[in-house]
Design a protein around this ligand. Structure first.
Ligand code: ATP
Ligand code: MG
Length: 331
């Protein structure tokens, strides 16, 4: 049976980008395939995280998964650090992957900034840990946003080099699954930058916990051009901000971009933006209400993650042991 793995970092509050590019699609896969979903806290600390904030963000992320429709009885849901096999396999992959592969990654270039000497070693090695996250379950499908495609491709390279170096056919080459109208939701302030939970500007993103007023204000202030909306998708070429808002609308409404434009083509942003806010509030408010309810009981969240970690370890431990045997580790 094909197995899905994907993760989200507890590096801040969830955004609409995470919801449309990841969570909503995770829910859609549930029941169709075996689904393993991870709160990747070890990835989060590749950049500084205050310990109390990390704890809170991890529980809030778990609440976000569950409120979005991930059912712990149908999917394995846990945080990465509770399953040591991820980090153990990552060490082996650190020795399989090449420095040059890591230095070419756009996420490394974006997040390390100009002074790469001062970035953490973990930030550079991030894709090897991500490869371990996926391959320690022999996962075959990885639903992600467009920005993570490069890392899933690197995972394939690592699987391939491991199999080649050790003359085995052990790790599968997993496929990135990037589908839908919102695989790359852009910042509301800058149509050339993706929406991110770690962006310093709160106005750049819609948080899943934003209330109706905050959502309406952020959409009202979102950067746009002065033209009215086109009536066909090709009219969005060269208009990244307009394209972004239409893509968000389409993804929230489960419509194609063409169908959205058939409805709103010709309207000015002053009319379209309130429609988009209403739709976003409609779809997000029930989820944020449920998140707030779940957050009142952090012990229950922790118990769900502990149980998920046990289930995850049952799959991961034998795969790590076979990897050790292949590599020549004595036990
Ligand atoms: P950070 O800024 O800390 O990297 P992030 O918002 O990029 O946070 P991640 O935890 O790195 O979130 O990514 C979780 C998932 O959400 C990944 O599958 C990623 O591709 C997806 N994702 C992140 N941002 C967007 C976006 N703007 N549009 C669509 N998908 C996104
Ligand atoms: Mg990211």
């Amino acid at each position: 049976k094909p197995r899905i793995f994907s993760g989200i970092q507890p590096s801040g509050g969830l955004t609409l980008g995470n919801y449309l590019g990841a969570l909503k699609r995770f829910v859609a896969e549930q029941g169709r395939m075996e689904t393993v979903y991870c709160l990747v806290d070890q990835h989060a600390i590749t950049v500084w995280q205050d310990p109390d904030a990390l704890r809170r963000q991890t529980r809030e992320l778990a609440a976000g998964f569950i409120a979005s429709g991930i059912d712990p009885a149908k999917s394995i849901l846990f945080n990465q650090s509770q399953v040591a096999e991820h980090a153990q396999l990552a060490w082996i992959f650190n020795c399989v992957a090449r420095m040059g592969w890591m230095q070419r990654m756009t996420q490394w270039k974006d997040k390390a900034g100009k002074n790469t000497q001062n970035a953490s070693l973990g930030l550079l090695a991030y894709p090897a840990l991500m490869a371990a996250d996926i391959l320690v379950y022999h996962a075959t499908h990885v639903p992600v946003g467009e920005d993570q495609k490069q890392h899933v491709e690197l995972t394939r390279d690592i699987a391939n080099k491991f199999n080649h170096d050790y003359k085995v056919d052990f790790f599968p080459e997993p496929e990135p699954v990037i589908e839908g109208a919102a695989t790359r939701v852009m910042s509301l302030r800058d149509g050339s930058k993706k929406m991110s939970k770690s962006d310093p500007s709160d106005m750049s993103r819609i948080n899943m916990t934003d209330d109706a007023d905050a959502i309406a204000q952020k959409i009202r202030k979102a950067k746009t051009d002065p033209e009215a909306l086109p009536s066909e998708a090709k009219g969005l070429e060269g208009r990244p901000e307009a394209r972004n808002l239409v893509n968000i609308y389409a993804a929230l409404a489960d419509m194609s971009v063409d169908d959205v434009l058939r409805e709103v083509g010709g309207k000015p942003f002053s009319e379209f933006k309130p429609m988009l806010s209403d739709l976003a509030v409609d779809k997000m408010a029930p989820i944020s209400t449920e998140m707030a309810r779940l957050m009142q009981n952090p012990d229950e969240i922790d118990a769900i993650l502990r149980r998920g970690a046990e289930q995850a370890r049952e799959i991961a431990a034998p795969i790590l042991q076979r990897t050790y045997d292949i590599v020549g580790m004595v036990r």
